[in-house]
Ligand binder design. Structure first.
Ligand SMILES: [Zn+2]
Length: 141
C-alpha cells in the first residue's frame, strides 16, 4: 500500500509529532511556499540592512572635528546596524537551510536529536530545524 502511494508522490515524507496527522500534499506545498516567501523577504531585508550599515560605516569613518556626543550616537547606530544585519542574515541562512532540507527530503527532522520537529511547530515556524525540547536546551546555554 505504501509502495504504490510513494510512486505517485514527488513530495518528501516528513515526520510528524506524536498524535499529529500525516502531512497532506497541500500542507507540504503551503509550508514550502511559506519558506520560499520567507527567503525572498529576508534576502531583501539583508540587502537593505547591509546597505544601511555601509552608509553608517562611511559616516562613522569621517569623525574628524566632530562633536564627541555625535560620534557616540553614530557608534551606537552602527552597532545596532551590525546586529540588525547579522540577525537578518542568520534568519535567512536558517530559511535557506530549511528549504534545502525540504528538497533533500530531510525536512522536519530535528538536527540535534533526529526526532520529529512536529507538524504544528513547522506550520508556525517553517524554518525550524530543531524540535522544541532541543531548541529550549540550546537557548539555555
Ligand atoms: Zn530534538
Amino acid at each position: 500500500m505504501a509502495g504504490s502511494r510513494k510512486a505517485a508522490a514527488t513530495l518528501p515524507t516528513i515526520p510528524v509529532g506524536p498524535g499529529e496527522d500525516p502531512w497532506t500534499n497541500e500542507e507540504l506545498d503551503e509550508v514550502r511556499t511559506e519558506l520560499e516567501d520567507e527567503v525572498g523577504r529576508l534576502q531583501k531585508k539583508v540587502a537593505q540592512a547591509e546597505a544601511e550599515l555601509r552608509e553608517l560605516l562611511t559616516e562613522g569613518a569621517d569623525v574628524a572635528g566632530r562633536d564627541p556626543a555625535d560620534i557616540g550616537s553614530t557608534n551606537f547606530e552602527r552597532d545596532q546596524g551590525v546586529s540588525l544585519a547579522a540577525s537578518a542574515r542568520e534568519l535567512l541562512d536558517q530559511s535557506v537551510q530549511a528549504l534545502r532540507l525540504f528538497d533533500d527530503g530531510q525536512y522536519g527532522v530535528c538536527e540535534i536529536c533526529g526526532g520529529p520537529i512536529g507538524k504544528g511547530r513547522l506550520q508556525a515556524f517553517p524554518r525550524a530545524t530543531m524540535c522544541v525540547a532541543c531548541k529550549q536546551k540550546s537557548e539555555r546555554r
